[in-house]
Design a protein around this ligand. Sequence first.
Ligand code: ATP
Ligand code: MG
Length: 551
Amino acid sequence: MSEEKSLNFIEEIISQDLASGKYESILTRFPPEPNGYLHIGHAKSICLNFGLAKYFGGATNLRFDDTNPAKEDIEYVDSIKADVKWLGFEWVKECYASDYFDQLYAFAVQLIEKGLAYVDDSTAEEIAQQKGTPTVPGTGNAFRNRSIEENLTLFAAMKAGEFADGAKVLRAKIDLASPNMHMRDPLLYRIKRAHHHRTGDDWCIYPMYDFAHGQSDSIENITHSICTLEFIPHRALYDWGIEQLGIYPSKQYEFARLNMTYTVMSKRKLLQLVEEGHVESWDDPRMPTISGMRRRGYTADSIRDFCERIGIAKRENIIDLSLLEFCVREHLNKIAQRRMVVTNPIKLVITNFDKGEEILQSENNPEDPNGGTREVPFSNELWIEREDFMEEPTKKYFRLGPGLSVRLKSAYIVTCESFEKDAAGNITTVYATYNSDSKSGQDTSGIHVKGTLHWVSAKHAIPVELKEYDRLFSVEDLSNADGDFKDYINPNSLKTVNAYAEPALAKDALDAHFQFLRKGYFYQDTNSTKDKLIFNRTVTLKDTWAKEQKK
Ligand code: ATP
Ligand code: MG
């Protein structure tokens, strides 16, 4: 533990709990329901739960909250494990709420035996109606007065499959007048014939969230059970279950969930985007999923850094997506390999380069003294960007134009002599001469130029495809937008661009992060092959988008 760190409110509580001797060490858990892929909001929860354990020398369980068989799947379990590991965390135990089904059933029987639970034959509508409203107490029904024996018999029959789905439920018998609606005889078990990805068809009754979550925490001896604010009203029930069953006193603490601009953060909505084809898959690089961000080229370091920077709050708020992008840029600037790629090419012919070609060295990363260099072939025919040439240059144009000189990155200073146009008036070729004394790193020419251009040798260039992404949605705060969230999908969130790249890219490691000079950070896509290299733009070099908005 470092002394200087200022503690957030949960760290404060834990620190006191340890100092007072209440616990010798802490055990937290990350409890995803395996009904979708994890998103950046889950990353926040992962960093918090695993981070607390790390900081205080405790441990964290990974618990699959798999009590809702219809929506859950092994594919999701596998993806969740991969994502947590990729973020850099290790769990001590891999747990499943479904492993506790026998125990949970026994707990329910215990409650019945104490007169604290009953079987109710009412329909869902009747139950909702009898519950009253926050200002009107509930009324209850005759089933509430069933005897313990009858309840035990009926609950066993529910388990044995003697009733149709939805015909009966088991409810806690607490207080129909409670100001907290969650305490008005909440449901504990429902009948549902659905194949479970782990327990198969063993069960036709399944516990509700409120009769699985706290109990699972207790079974695992979780000390601090951390969840999001919407569970505040569930806390009384969480404590009630633990108290009535006399089991391990886990404690629930709540923090504000992460909301982010220009995206949605609900597995249900993300699933719709996938199923309805608005995106390619769960790991589409535009998705706010951890797998999408990984595929796009975000690093685990930058996501952890982001979660650390936003801290934890007790009130709902919305975090600017550009803060996440800032964290990504910060990290990639340090680790990305620099490469040259030209997207909208015109030919630059160097008329006095008699050698024909030369192999130059270019630094891989100016931020990394140990980054080394790579070979870049130079020749008398290069590709440069169309926008780096101006037929009639304006005053402060420091790129190429008739009579103007620039440095070609890691190569020579060249001076434009003339140019050619096609019939339509488009520039096709620019002619220049180079100064042989101006080689980068050993420049004795004495010439000073203001602009440096990236370039690619035409005969060595390899074709690549770039995927340039923009925000998935076109409004900032979707929670305040009227109508269907899908009405706000940005139709221009993906642009595919063909480009010429320097040949080193074909040889580079698949998992390397790149900065394409003057273009942005890029990462090889999972669909990229040797014959067709595809790169995802992870993030632009600067936050040009935020600037646009301020104009
Ligand atoms: P979703 O609504 O996206 O399905 P969820 O809360 O139902 O999310 P779970 O799988 O139940 O998803 O969540 C696992 C853990 O992650 C829970 O402890 C939950 O509180 C936390 N979590 C989910 N979304 C966020 C978020 N946006 N910010 C912080 N924590 C979150
Ligand atoms: Mg949930």
